[in-house]
Design a protein around this ligand. Sequence first.
Ligand SMILES: NC(=O)C1=CN([C@@H]2O[C@H](COP(=O)(O)OP(=O)(O)OC[C@H]3O[C@@H](n4cnc5c(N)ncnc54)[C@H](O)[C@@H]3O)[C@@H](O)[C@H]2O)[C@@H](O)CC1
Ligand SMILES: [K+]
Length: 529
Amino acid sequence: MTELLTSAQMRAIEAAAIASGMVTGLELMERAGRGVVEAIFEEWPALRAAPQRAVVLCGPGNNGGDGFVVARLLKEWGWEVALFLYGDPARLPPDARTNYLRWCGTGEVRDFLGEIPEGLFDAGPSGDGVVVDALFGTGLARPLDARVRARLAEFRAQGQFCGLHSVAVDMPSGIDSDSGRFLGEDEGWSGVQADLCVTFHRPRVGHFVGEPSVGRLVVKDIGLDGIADRMGRGAACRESTSAADLICRWSGDLRKSGGHKYTHGHALILSGPPGRAGAGRLAARGALRIGAGLVTLGCPPDAMPENAARLDAVMLRPVADGNALAELLVDPRVNAVCLGPGLGTGAREMDLVAAALGDAQRRAVVLDADALTLVARHPELFALLHEACVLTPHAGEFARLFPDIAERLAAPAVTGPAFSRLDATRAAAARAGCVVLFKGPDTVIADPAGRCAVNAALRERAAPWLATAGSGDVLAGFIAGLLARGFSPFDAACTGGWLHVEAARRFGPGLIAEDLPEALSVVFRDLGL
Ligand SMILES: NC(=O)C1=CN([C@@H]2O[C@H](COP(=O)(O)OP(=O)(O)OC[C@H]3O[C@@H](n4cnc5c(N)ncnc54)[C@H](O)[C@@H]3O)[C@@H](O)[C@H]2O)[C@@H](O)CC1
Ligand SMILES: [K+]
């Protein structure tokens, strides 16, 4: 797992490092600037070979301080560097001011809001270059003012037009680093995209949730490793209210070693009426492929012929109503239930949800799709949710289940730190009293105790092919299968989500939902299982 930090945590770690005497703020700034230059050369190796053009935009805080270091180092490489400052140099914080003065010894400081010199964006002597955005980083507290925004957009557009690469220091300016959201009334403003974003020590939450608008993210070490451990994690991270883990692998044991089929659990997937049972079958196949020892599809009696014709390894049982389900659940070996995909939202289905949630054993239950609609509609079902449940809503279902939380998330973010998808998912999990997996390219998983993880399918891990009919049904099945195997609800949701993206990536373009369970075996093999 990679730790995602909030800006408050990052500030606390930096302050602790400085207070301990292990490093000064000025040294950290120098390392940060050096890290940006290294990252530029690593990203575009040709730039290292010959002098180029850099346009560096510095802001009024320490992000601007990093910009002065970058400008100086590139100039030392022989580059042509033009530097623009937004703000009053006399009011720069001390380390930024020191670097401003060092820069003044070698180059000119232009006014960010003043005239843009002719030919500024012409490629450098060797035909290439960068525009470096060091206006605001983790200190952004409010929306950029209109003039700054317009000017930043102009720099970016002209730089892009002239073929210069855009580099953001720490965060593209204008984006809140705790939520990844653009601060301001009109979210989605595209003026702050960056080809490359270079951050320090650990990524921030806002690099992985929201709309980070970053082509590539590089995290540079600035010598802060171990500081949180040395001072006790709790102390360094006390400020945190919304940090999370980025899921970079699975948690729990995915291997099957010895035992018989019942050792690996028995998942029961409930499906809908004839002609609508495909979604349930997809979930069932997902549960089986991910390693549940046994999977049974429970369907209405009149859907038996259709399902019998379509299933082999998945077992089939008629489940007419809630009573029939309760009878099935007398068998303690059935240890995970999944309801929702293609289920329907009538009286039978309401009974099924009530029977699954009201079960005295408090079995693990995944609720998806139609089951979420039922839980949203009927407060008495919502009240039955318990800690062994996993809810897997997409944005629409989330809004039906938690309208006030969704409304808060949809409202424009006007101050930092803004209400984030992490905050929303945490609030939802606390209210529901169970694990919530809030789907999206930036899927967030939270448990009622506040534990939170992000399963990001962004940038190099993008899996656009997952936006296909039935893909969510397979995910529900994956999670049910892992629950059957004994994973905790939180680990099942994290691992199921992670494998879902991996399977899609391994299969690639042309993916349909049926391919997802099949791609798992390749993923498992690659993982050495
Ligand atoms: N925290 C750390 O460990 C390190 C931080 N460094 C850099 O320092 C940055 C954080 O520095 P700061 O805390 O000074 O924050 P910033 O440099 O991001 O900006 C803060 C300044 O901008 C003002 N401001 C905030 N929003 C504004 C808006 N919309 N319009 C106009 N002014 C606005 C604030 O009042 C403050 O003066 C990081 O992003 C990073 O680039 C690095 O030097 C290395 C180490
Ligand atoms: K920036």
